[in-house]
Design a protein around this ligand. Structure first.
Ligand SMILES: Nc1ncnc2c1ncn2[C@@H]1O[C@H](COP(=O)(O)OP(=O)(O)OP(=O)(O)O)[C@@H](O)[C@H]1O
Length: 712
């Protein structure tokens, strides 16, 4: 402060005194500035050396001081700081007290002398700070020339201070934006600056500020702080936080109860499952010693103590307050030095476990039952959809097919056309392990011989004129992992019989026009309505192929040999076509009788066709013989001739019975008394009369039967 500069009272004179008085004063005191004061001691001006000359000419020593005193001075209070006084635009500073009374006079020289040691100290202090700083500091002047370059900056830039000072900034370091500060005059904070070194990259954060004097940018200073470690630590911290979160989630999601205790036995964490199993809530136990739970009767003994003592896992069985059986395992957790720092307790609810096991067992059983039911239903549905039979003959055929389906043997289905060979082949496939694979049928008799080979075995590209450019797989390849039905096998040309035999033996095919062998895994079923054994005798079928195909021969009886299947089949097809067309039909007993008598040369296919035709073409709901095709009516004519009476009865009654049967069949067949009479060779009136007589007779008989039962 200026007060420090006041060492003794100032030299003062009055304005009326002369230059001579000043000289006399200087003889007694060292030469200095003399203050000219008024009567109240207030400063009016100052005089200093050079007083005796004006414009180079000596002036009289009698000249009054009022004339020569310099009035350009600034007054300041003694408590103003020297640094502030230094900036004052005046060479002389009058130090005056609050009353304006002069206390001392100071010149810029005095101020400089007093400030010098201080600035020297500051400068040294600054140097020490710069040298000790871990932050790189670089400053430049307004021309971009480096003026400060501390040791940390040397480390960062790998450049020596003496190589840097006095050089243009970008000749020494990579541009960091410090030069821009000279232009903008703006301070920039926190710019992230990755710098690559041969040993890796370090991250700096830089702050850059302008150096301003009198409102002008005269330089810039940049500081560079290495934050690589901080970044690394903060990453570490983040991953530790993440890990912690994951661990918490893991503990919480555990179905087992988990309790963690510190080495002093205090509980530090429990999960939801633990609360669910033991009824102990986190807020009641976390932060409390585990021993308290023992004292509270929640545990028989402290498993935490047991683990800490034995320094290994301990397991025991206890019953929870809710009566559940709990398996409790305590595991020690050690640090790198092998000291136990935590005990992790795992609680497994065995009651729940047992319950779950039972439930699993039950649901497995249920599942098995459902599956069995499902497969039975599927079987039933298959049967319902494709196959029906109630005759013992056919039932044993189906049983044989079901059994043989379980193995991969070749099956030869033998039977007349339409007996159901294909249906049985499909049944074998659907009951076999190949049921997910394809079922493919080829009719060996329906494809021209020239095409059959390529159909069976496929062909390679360009094998023959017209062959596709990519070639084509044959049905053997298409049936891979499935079943192939060779229908009408008796029609297979001899030339292909040998090739087929090779495929059956080697389970490999070669496409037409190719050389590459391809493995095929196909189950072969063959069907025929011809007598292959006879064909072998006649030389039109290869014996070796016959034996190869005839591994399991299945003979399907014609429909006429299993008449008990007729009515079930009829019902089956009625249902099938009702589902298909929404039309339900009934067949009169007479029709059933005809069906039963008919010899069915077309077998089941013929029966099915008739039913479908009746369903779609006949408008009436009840199908009677008159609706049947001619071929069946013929049967009726033959069968209806068999008019019968049962047992021995009065001749008159037997005659009436025969007449009744004849007339009724004729009516059924031809639909009118007129037509019936014509066929029977009598008058229409005779038919009507006889019908009335028959009716009368039947009514009488009924009455007699009723009266008999009343008497009884
Ligand atoms: N048991 C059956 N239950 C229900 N429908 C059957 C039964 N058997 C055969 N069918 C039906 O009869 C028709 C003829 O059967 P399929 O084609 O299997 O006879 P096929 O013996 O292979 O005849 P073809 O020798 O002329 O090829 C088919 O519409 C089939 O659905």
């Amino acid at each position: 402060m200026l007060a420090n500069l006041i060492k003794k009272p100032p030299l003062t004179l009055c304005p009326d005194q002369t230059i001579g008085d000043v000289l006399r004063l200087w003889q007694e005191h060292p030469i200095g500035v003399v203050g000219i004061v008024d009567e109240q001691g207030r400063l009016l001006g100052v005089v200093g050396s050079g007083l005796t000359f004006r414009d180079g000419t000596p002036i009289s020593l009698d000249t009054k001081l009022a004339e020569v005193m310099d009035k350009n001075f600034i007054s300041m209070s003694p408590d103003v700081y020297q640094e502030e006084a230094w900036t004052a635009p005046s060479e002389v500073i009058a130090i005056v007290d609050a009353d304006g009374k002069l206390q001392g006079i100071s010149t810029k020289y005095d101020l400089a002398t007093s400030l010098y040691p201080y600035t020297k100290f500051i400068s040294r202090e600054l140097d020490a700070v710069l040298n000790a700083a871990h932050t790189g500091i670089i400053s430049i002047n307004k021309d971009g020339i480096i003026t400060t370059f501390n040791p940390a900056a040397e480390m960062i830039t790998r450049r020596a201070r003496n190589e840097a000072i006095g050089k243009f900034l970008t000749d020494v370091v990579i541009p960091t934006g410090l030069l821009e500060i000279l232009e903008t005059g703006e301070t920039k904070f926190g710019q992230r600056l990755p710098v690559k070194y041969s040993v890796g990259t370090r991250i700096y954060v830089s702050n850059r500020s302008p150096i301003i004097e009198d409102g002008k940018v005269i330089g810039a200073v940049g500081i560079f702080q290495d934050i690589s470690e901080i970044e690394f630590i903060s990453h570490e911290l983040e991953s530790v936080k993440e890990l912690n979160k994951e661990l918490k989630a893991l503990i919480e999601s555990s179905y087992d109860g988990i309790l963690i205790a510190r080495r002093d036995g205090v509980v530090s964490q429990v999960n939801e499952a633990y609360t669910r199993m033991t009824g102990l809530r986190a807020k009641d136990i976390v932060g409390r010693p585990f021993q308290k739970l023992v004292e509270g009767g929640h545990y028989a003994s402290s498993i935490v103590d047991a683990v800490l003592k034995k320094k290994k896992a301990v397991t025991n069985l206890q019953t929870s307050p809710m009566g559940n059986r709990l398996l409790i395992t305590g595991n020690p957790v050690a640090n790198e030095r092998g000291e136990i720092v935590r005990v992790v307790i795992n609680v497994r609810d065995l009651t729940e476990f047992e319950k779950l096991r039972q439930e699993l067992h039950d649901s497995k059983n249920l599942n098995r039952r459902y599956q069995a039911e499902l497969s039975t239903r599927n079987d039933q549905r298959n049967k319902e959809q494709d196959l029906t039979s109630s005759s013992p003959e056919m039932q044993s055929v189906i049983d044989l097919c079901t059994r043989v389906a379980q193995v991969d043997s070749t099956v030869l289905l033998i039977g007349d056309s339409g007996v159901g060979k294909e249906v049985l082949a499909k049944h074998i496939h659907s009951q076999s392990a190949r049921k997910q694979g394809p079922f493919i049928k080829i009719n060996c008799g329906a494809i021209p011989e020239t095409l059959l080979e390529s159909e069976l075995f496929g062909y390679e590209r360009g094998a023959f004129t017209g062959a596709g450019k990519d070639g084509k797989p044959g049905i053997f390849e298409m049936a891979h992992n499935g079943t192939l039905l060779l229908d009408e096998i008796g029609d297979l040309p001899l030339s292909l019989q040998v090739k087929l035999l090779r495929v059956l033996q080697d389970k490999e095919i070669i496409r037409v026009g190719g050389t590459k062998t391809r493995s095929v895994d196909v189950r072969i079923l063959a069907a025929t309505n011809r007598n292959l054994a006879d064909m072998v005798q006649q030389g039109s079928f290869r014996e070796d192929l016959f034996f190869r195909l005839n591994v399991v021969p299945v003979q399907i009886p014609p429909l006429r040999d299993r008449r008990s299947d007729i009515v079930p089949l009829l019902n089956f097809f009625c249902e099938k076509y009702y589902k298909k067309y929404g039309i339900r039909k009934q067949f009169s007993p007479e029709v059933l009788k005809i069906f039963y008598e008919y010899h069915w040369p077309g077998n089941i296919r013929e029966l099915e066709n008739i039913v479908e035709r009746m369903v779609v073409t006949e408008p009436e709901t009840v199908i009677t013989p008159k609706h049947l095709p001619e071929s069946l009516r013929y049967v009726m004519n033959n069968t209806s001739a068999k008019v019968m009476v049962q047992g021995v009865l009065p001749f008159k009654e037997a005659l009436l019975e025969m007449e009744s049967q004849l007339i009724n069949e004729a009516l059924n067949l031809y639909g009118s008394t007129y037509k019936a009479a014509k066929v029977l060779g009598i008058d229409q009136s005779t038919v009507i009369r006889k019908l009335q007589k028959i009716k009368q007779f039947k009514n009488n008989r009924q009455e007699q039967a009723n009266s008999f039962s009343v008497i009884k």
